[in-house]
Ligand binder design. Structure first.
Ligand SMILES: [Zn+2]
Length: 217
């Protein structure tokens, strides 16, 4: 009851909720959060090979103009309310048996600067929906890996090498890693490798957007 009331107050205070998730324009969004223009540009993710060390991978959308705008609004424009609809767009395959769910961690200084980790917000909303426990403590980022946008695939691999540290609590678990965007998958690979080093049984990964194109390999 209190939760519902809180939500109603927040909804009234932050009318951006009526704006399109992607372009932010006030528009008729048909309840799905997108204006007609953005909806027609949204591409549903089909399939891509899992990153190395990852046992299964899926995403909600192909990374394109529409979906990238949505991620940028969550990440840089403080549009935290987008975390829930983005989490709702994620479908976990039935055969993935999950013991622990965790976001790809940000370096603590970067998180302090931004005030939040967008992937953690998505993970929180996902955990609430599926009734799973968020176990962010299983993995930390031990150094700042900076922006990867301009790096090549090999450069990204080098950049994230040994940038994460797992915890012994990972032993024997089947873990779901959550992130906002997958580009090459170098970050997810590095996280999965580290978790497996600490005995994780399986590591699956799910991202809101996937920018990886199979035929580029
Ligand atoms: Zn729009």
């Amino acid at each position: 009851m209190i939760k519902e009331l809180k939500k109603a107050i927040l909804d009234a205070l932050f009318p951006e909720k009526a704006a399109c998730f992607s372009c932010g324009r006030e528009a008729v969004t048909d309840g799905d959060g997108f204006c007609a223009d953005c909806r027609s540009g949204l591409e549903v993710f089909n399939a891509a090979e899992p990153p190395k060390f990852v046992d299964g991978y899926t995403a909600a959308y192909v990374y394109n103009d529409v979906s990238s705008r949505m991620i940028k609004r969550l990440k840089y424009n403080n549009a935290r309310y987008l975390a829930k609809p983005l989490a709702d767009a994620l479908t976990i395959p039935d055969h993935w048996k999950i013991d622990a769910v965790l976001p790809v961690p940000l370096y603590y200084r970067r998180e302090m600067k931004r005030g939040y980790n967008q992937s953690e917000l998505i993970t929180e909303a996902l955990c609430e929906r599926i009734g799973a426990e968020l176990n962010a403590g299983l993995l930390v980022r031990t150094r700042n890996t900076g922006q990867q946008t301009r790096l090549t695939e090999a450069g990204r691999k080098r950049n994230v090498k040994d940038a994460f540290a797992a915890d012994e609590g990972a032993k024997g678990l089947s873990i779901l890693l959550v992130d906002d965007v997958r580009t090459t998958g170098a970050t997810l690979s590095e996280c999965a490798k580290e978790l497996k080093k600490y005995g994780a049984d399986r590591v699956y990964a799910i991202t809101v957007c996937c920018a990886f194109e199979q035929n580029n390999r």
